[in-house]
Every structure is written in structure tokens, then in C-alpha cells.
Write a protein that binds this ligand. Structure first.
Ligand code: GLC
Length: 756
């Protein structure tokens, strides 16, 4: 293939014969340090208007299925310079075929970009992103993205539409599965980790462009209904939904994807104030903005564009550089420019951004650097990648409940184990959604994992019991019989992978179908029963929590699901996952998140021990969640000393150090996710009762203590004042330390001078 690449790149010189010698890629690179801007300006100067708008066109590849059916882009379009990049087209040989046509057969030989959704793995599928967030381990999350990039680039992808950094506080919204949950601080940390993992420094052939998506406030869809309106104060937008995008920009993300929703009446694909204003001008983002799938065309559905031309002008003027799938920029905008309705300057600026990314990836030097078929085979689903996926999957599992130490199962004493439930042996569901090129046959199911781990010492029986969301209970009898005939039972229940992800909102987020009834029927058989719950979101599982003594939240753990789950259930790995989202008791409590405000009438208990009626509460439910953000148990126990701020008083621009000592008071070694929360006690605008401002996953042996140092920078104490300017105000700050958001160990310090 190398020889072909050399031959083809030589033809690149002829293909760009119209360019001055110094402009031709090879000649320019032979001239030593190439002036990127001069190269791009020279190329831009040779392009026709149609060729420019072709660079802004991104059709789906022939087998892309990530949105409503649309006409795939083909080789003839490439020959006619009508395509700048493809969605979902991959494969070393396949992309090379298209690249060859672009470089050899189009007039200027501008190489293509190949983009796709590599969200939590390409072929080695790691835990669903929400599960990766549950690791509270940025290094693990970065490693997952790194391996995904190694595989995806070997398969010809230059660009991934990840990380999804949307804050999600409404579990009815199916895309909670794709991000890092409800918390801004965790979201910021993991956004940076994933950008680093995918992009590195964009010099190697296993590093790819990343995309911070979906800009912005997509997760705030009203009623949790996907694509719905998002409407909020500027304060909430700037303090909750924008920060993870700024974190990604600060980490050097090269592209951003606009979101389907409107914000306050302005659809994001036409939202110049937020794209050109905040993203570009305020933050200095100099990368590229890509539309979401038909997002440009949807401006007509939003009712702010009368036709394709109007939609295209609005989007390009707002700063959306590439039109994914609508094919409006290519078809409708040449006439708009010629009619003076759209400035050539705006088009040129967007084209420059596309050419800059192609240049940054070295595609003008070697358009075929990602076309290596041998490398593709060598870098796919390797044993090392699988082992990494197993490690991240283990860390993602959250032990929600473990009454009477029902877990871990007594491996040595277990003669007969019954494995029951619709997810116990489901290969496809272990992949989760947005599972790239993942294949069901690559996965290890829980049944397989347990049988492998237990070997011949334990007889493992299996009964599906019920389907995931059907009403049929005819399988209960077999399940109950299997339970009766076993020493212990593990149930694998929850959502299918297709019940979360895009266009998968649910009004009822309890266990689907008759699964709760199945658990109750099996429980009635009288044997010890524990449950593993799969989901892409927080679920309302209070009935389950009243039925079984132990529950593990597994999300969708990826290719190594069964082995990772067996490691935890059998005690070979001590779980330490923590909830990145609040688990409400009921849908009626939603939105429910830990960093809520106090209100003027917080709940209080009267002398008679009852809640005061006239307070912010429900008549039919506690305010508290079933399991709070940051929650998770271990097979050991930990004790926290009160956090120790280094300084009793600091200035508003100063940094504070806080030491937290944690001790393993149990009998097993284990990880603990030490969390630090901060509260600004009195301030000029209301502040949450507490906000995560630091976490560290630490390993402790039985009896071992460790003191962890946390640094609170001014930004960790700052908020937007009445004037919407960031400031640290004088007053008392309270710090909380513990193993979840209801941490009780606390201390305080004073800020003594007026902030910024
Ligand atoms: C989808 C999703 C987006 C994805 C894109 C391309 O509609 O909203 O996250 O990257 O289309 O598949």
C-alpha cells in the first residue's frame, strides 16, 4: 500500500498542476517549513465557488445509519469536488478508494476527511460513556478514548464526533447514556480527558480530530423529550451547560457540533450569538463547527427559514461551517452568494477552517496516511485492548446496595448458581448504544463470564424468565424452578441498549416490561437473590431496592461485560464505581440533582418530628433521591476525618489547599472515590448547597490511611455575580469530604477580600 500511496501522492502534484510550484503540497513540504496560511490561501484562490461549497458538504457514506434515511454521497460527487468529508464511511481500503478519487480525479485533488461516531470505542467497545463516567477515573476514560482512536484511525477515520459533553439532569432523556452525567465539574474533567485521548497532539497517525457536542444545552430538552426546546436563564446556560464545552476548547478540541435544539427561541444551527459570539469570539475557538445530521435543513422545521436557501444562509452566517447530510450548502448557496445574499467572505472563512484541519492532519502531504490495511488488522480488538476494556468496565460498576454483604458471592462454596433475566445472555445489549463498529459476537455476556470464572466447581443454570419489555410471564416458571434448584441467584435485568441513546426518551424509567414481577417471583423461591441492572440512564428502581439485598448498576459495560461483572460479583475485584447521575425515587421528582438550591423554604422538621407543611416538599414523596450523585458502595468500608483547609483565611484571588484523610476500616483492599464539595455560604446570588470541586480515586489496603490534597483555585470558588461577571465574594466557604454527594464531614474557611 505504501508504494501506491507514494505513486498517488506524486499524482497529487499533477492534479494540482494549476497551482504554482510552491503551492503544491509535495513541493511545499520539500521546501522545508511550509507556511500553512500561504498554502491555504493559494489553494483557496484556485477554488471555484462550487468547489468551496463542496468542501462544506458532508454526505453520509453508503452504509451510514445514524439518522433518517438520506441519499449517500458517491464517487461521482467526489470527482466533481462536491464533497469535503464523509459521515460514517470507514475502512482502510474503502476510504483509500474514495481518497484516491478525490486526490487523482477531482480538479484540485483536495483530500477528503472521513468522520464518524466513535463514542466509547470503535471495535473494542468500552463501557457506555455514562458508565465510563461512573469510574470517576479520568486516566481510564482517556485511555478508552486513546484506544478508540488507535482503532478508528487504523480503519481510516480522521475525525470522531465525540466527546458528547452535554450535561444531563433529566433521565427521561435517552442521551444521558452518551455523556458524563449531571455534574459540571465531572463533565469538565472528562471532556478534557476524552479530547486528550482522541487527539493527542495530532501528529501521529493514530490521533484523530475530536468534536465537543452538542453545542449547546441539548440535555436540557424540556420534559426529557429528545430534540425538544431548551429554555433557561443565561446564568444557568453559562454555569451549567456551557462549561464542559469551554473545557473541551481549552483542551484543544478541533471541532464542535451544533445541537438540534433551540435555546430561548433561537435554534442552535442559527445561533450566531452563541457560536460566533461565545464559542469563537469570547472563548477564542479557532476550529470548525459541524452541523448535526440535517440540522441545517431542520431550521425550516423550527420555522425560522422559509426554504433551503434561507436555512443555509442562516446556518453559515451563524458559524456552522459544515453541512452534515442536508446538502443545502452545496446545492443552494452558490446562487445565494451570486445574488449577494451571503458573503463570499463568510464562505471563504468556513472553507479555510476545513482546509486547515486537512492540513493539520497532514493530508496534503500524504492523503493516504490512514489507508494502511495491514495496520488496520493489527490494531483491532487486540488482547491488550480487551484487557483495558475489562479494567474500565470493572471500574464502571456501581454497587448501589449490599445488605448483609450479600455480595460478593461465596465463590468457593457455591455449588449451584442460577443466572436469570433477559440481559443475562444478551450479546448485543452489552455493547450499549452508539457502539461504533462493535459486534455482538465480540462480547462476553454475564452468563459466559460467570461460567468461565466459576469453572466446573459450580453448576451455573440459566433461565431468561421474561423479555426486556414484553408482558409475557410464561417464562417465570422456568426461572422460579432454576432458583429453587440453586444455592443463590443472580438476576440480570434492566433496559435494552436501544432504550437509551438518540431518539429514545422514556416517560416511565422503571424496569421495563414485567421484570420487577419476575424478580419478585424468583425471590419468592426463597433463595438469596442479587440483581445487576443495565441501563443508559438513571432508573427509578425503588421497588427493586425493596425486593433484593444487593444491586449493581452496570450501565452497558462493553465487550468485556461478562468478565468484568463476574470479577465483581465473585469478589475478584472490589467495586468502586460512583453514580454520575442521581437515581430518583420516581419520575415525579425529575429534574432531581444534587447541587440544587436551598430555596427560601427548605424542608425542616418541627418539634413534633414532622416536616413543616409550608416548605418545599411533596405530599407523596421525600425530596431525597433513591441513590444520590457520587453514591457507590464497596466490599470494604471507609472512614473520613474532617477535611482540613490549610488556611483559615484566604484572599479572593488565592488558592486554598484542603487535606482529606480517609481510612480503610474494613477487611478488604479497595478503591475509594474521595469527593470534595464546596458551598459558598452567603453570596449575592443564590448558590447550590454544594458543588463537586475535586475527586480522587485512591486504593487503600485494610487499615491503611491516606491523606489526599485538594487544591481549590479561585475558579472553584467563583460564580457569576449579579452583573454576570465571574467573581469570588468574601465570606464563609464550607468544604465537605466523603464518598458521595451527601458527604457529612465538613470544615470551613473565610475569603476576606473582594473578588474579580
Ligand atoms: C446524530 C447525532 C450526533 C451524531 C450525528 C452523526 O443525529 O445527534 O450525535 O454525531 O448524527 O451520526
Amino acid at each position: 500500500m505504501r508504494a501506491l500511496a507514494v505513486a498517488l501522492s506524486a499524482s497529487l502534484l499533477t492534479a494540482t498542476a494549476g497551482l504554482a510550484v510552491a503551492d503544491t503540497p509535495k513541493a511545499a513540504s520539500k521546501a522545508g517549513a511550509r507556511d500553512e496560511a500561504a498554502f491555504i490561501e493559494a489553494l483557496l484562490g484556485k477554488m471555484t465557488l462550487e468547489e468551496k461549497l463542496g468542501q462544506l458538504n458532508q454526505p453520509p457514506g453508503p452504509d451510514n445509519r445514524t439518522g433518517p434515511q438520506a441519499e449517500a454521497g458517491g464517487l461521482d460527487q467526489v470527482r466533481r469536488s462536491e464533497v469535503g468529508s464523509f459521515l460514517g464511511l470507514h475502512g482502510a481500503a474503502r476510504t483509500c478508494q474514495y481518497q484516491k478519487v478525490a486526490v487523482e480525479e477531482s480538479r484540485l485533488g483536495i483530500p477528503l476527511l472521513f468522520a464518524g461516531d466513535v463514542i466509547h470505542g470503535f471495535r473494542t467497545i468500552f463501557p457506555q460513556s455514562i458508565g465510563e463516567a461512573a469510574t470517576f477515573n479520568p486516566a481510564a476514560v482517556e485511555k478508552s478514548a486513546r484506544i478508540a482512536a488507535i482503532e478508528a484511525t487504523a480503519h481510516g477515520f480522521h475525525w470522531t464526533f465525540a466527546p458528547m459533553v452535554d450535561i444531563a439532569r433529566d433521565p427521561r432523556w435517552g442521551r444521558m447514556s452518551e455523556g458524563s452525567g449531571e455534574d459540571v465539574y465531572l463533565g469538565n474533567v472528562l471532556a478534557r480527558a476524552r479530547v486528550r485521548g482522541f487527539q493527542g497532539d495530532l501528529k501521529r497517525d493514530d490521533e484523530m480530530l475530536a468534536t465537543a457536542k452538542h453545542f449547546v444545552a441539548y440535555g436540557a430538552a424540556e420534559a426529557g423529550r429528545d430534540y425538544n426546546v431548551a429554555d433557561m436563564s443565561e446564568r444557568t446556560l453559562r454555569e451549567v451547560y456551557l462549561p464542559p464545552f469551554q473545557a473541551a476548547v481549552d483542551a484543544g478540541v478541533q471541532t464542535v457540533m451544533a445541537s438540534f435544539n433551540e435555546v430561548g427561541g433561537v435554534p442552535m444551527h442559527a445561533n450566531g450569538p452563541l457560536i460566533n459570539g461565545v464559542l469563537r469570539k469570547e472563548w477564542g475557538f479557532d476550529g470548525l463547527v459541524v452541523s448535526d445530521y440535517t440540522g441545517v435543513w431542520e431550521l425550516e422545521k423550527h420555522g425560522i427559514a422559509a426554504d433551503d436557501t434561507a436555512a443555509g444562509i442562516l446556518a453559515l452566517d451563524a458559524g456552522v461551517d459544515i453541512d452534515m447530510v442536508s446538502d443545502i450548502y452545496r446545492k443552494s448557496l452558490p446562487a445565494a452568494v451570486r445574488a449577494g445574499k451571503l458573503s463570499q467572505k463568510t464562505v471563504d472563512e468556513a472553507v479555510r477552517r476545513v482546509l486547515r484541519l486537512k492540513y493539520k492532519l497532514g493530508l496534503f502531504d500524504d492523503p493516504y496516511r490512514f489507508c494502511n490495511v495491514e495496520r488496520e488488522q493489527a490494531r483491532t480488538l487486540t488482547p491488550e485492548f480487551r484487557q483495558a476494556a475489562r479494567e474500565v468496565a470493572r471500574e464502571s460498576l456501581v454497587l448501589l446496595k449490599n445488605e448483609g454483604n450479600a455480595l460478593p458471592l461465596a465463590k468457593g462454596k457455591l455449588r449451584k448458581l442460577a443466572v436469570i433475566g433477559p440481559l443475562a445472555d444478551s450479546h448485543p445489549d452489552m455493547l450499549g448504544n452508539w457502539a461504533g463498529d462493535g459486534r455482538p459476537e465480540d462480547t462476553v455476556t454475564p452468563l459466559q463470564g460467570l461460567r468461565t470464572a466459576l469453572g466446573s466447581a459450580t453448576q451455573v443454570s440459566y433461565a431468561k424468565g421474561a423479555s426486556i419489555d414484553g408482558k409475557d410471564t410464561s417464562g417465570f416458571a422456568d426461572a422460579v424452578a432454576a432458583a429453587r434448584n440453586a444455592d443463590a441467584v443472580v438476576m440480570f435485568i434492566g433496559e435494552s441498549a436501544a432504550m437509551s441513546g438518540e431518539a429514545s426518551s422514556r416517560t416511565d424509567i422503571g424496569l421495563p416490561g414485567v421484570q420487577q414481577q419476575l424478580v419478585e417471583a424468583v425471590k419468592a423461591a426463597g433463595k438469596p437473590v442479587v440483581a445487576v441492572v443495565f441501563s443508559g440512564r438513571a432508573l427509578t428502581i425503588e421497588p427493586l431496592s425493596k425486593t433484593v439485598p444487593a444491586i449493581v448498576a452496570a450501565w452497558f459495560p462493553g465487550v468485556e461485560a461478562g468478565n468484568a461483572i463476574a470479577d465483581v460479583l465473585l469478589g475478584d475485584y472490589n467495586p468502586a464505581g460512583r453514580l454520575p447521575v442521581t437515581f430518583p425515587r420516581s419520575v415525579g421528582q425529575i429534574p432531581l440533582y444534587y447541587d440544587h438550591k436551598n430555596t427560601g423554604r427548605p424542608i425542616r422538621i418541627n418539634p413534633d418530628g414532622k416536616e413543616e407543611k409550608y416548605t418545599s416538599r411533596y405530599l407523596d414523596s421525600p425530596n431525597t433521591p433513591l441513590y444520590p450523585f457520587g453514591w457507590g458502595l464497596s466490599y470494604t468500608t471507609f472512614r473520613y476525618d474532617a477535611p482540613k483547609p490549610k488556611l483559615a483565611k484566604i484572599g479572593a484571588g488565592d488558592t486554598q489547599q484542603v487535606a482529606v484523610t480517609v481510612t480503610n476500616t474494613g477487611t478488604r483492599a479497595g478503591d475509594e472515590v474521595v469527593q470534595l464539595y464546596v458551598r459558598d455560604d452567603v453570596s449575592s446570588v443564590t448558590r447550590p448547597l454544594r458543588q463537586l470541586r475535586g475527586f480522587q480515586r485512591v486504593h487503600l489496603k485494610p487499615g491503611e490511611s491516606k491523606t489526599l490534597d485538594f487544591t481549590l483555585k479561585p475558579d472553584d470558588l467563583a460564580f457569576l455575580g449579579l452583573d454576570m461577571r465571574k467573581r469570588v465574594e468574601p465570606g464563609t466557604f464550607i468544604v465537605f469530604a466523603g464518598g458521595s454527594s451527601d458527604a457529612s464531614q465538613q470544615a470551613q474557611f473565610e475569603v476576606v477580600a473582594q473578588g474579580r
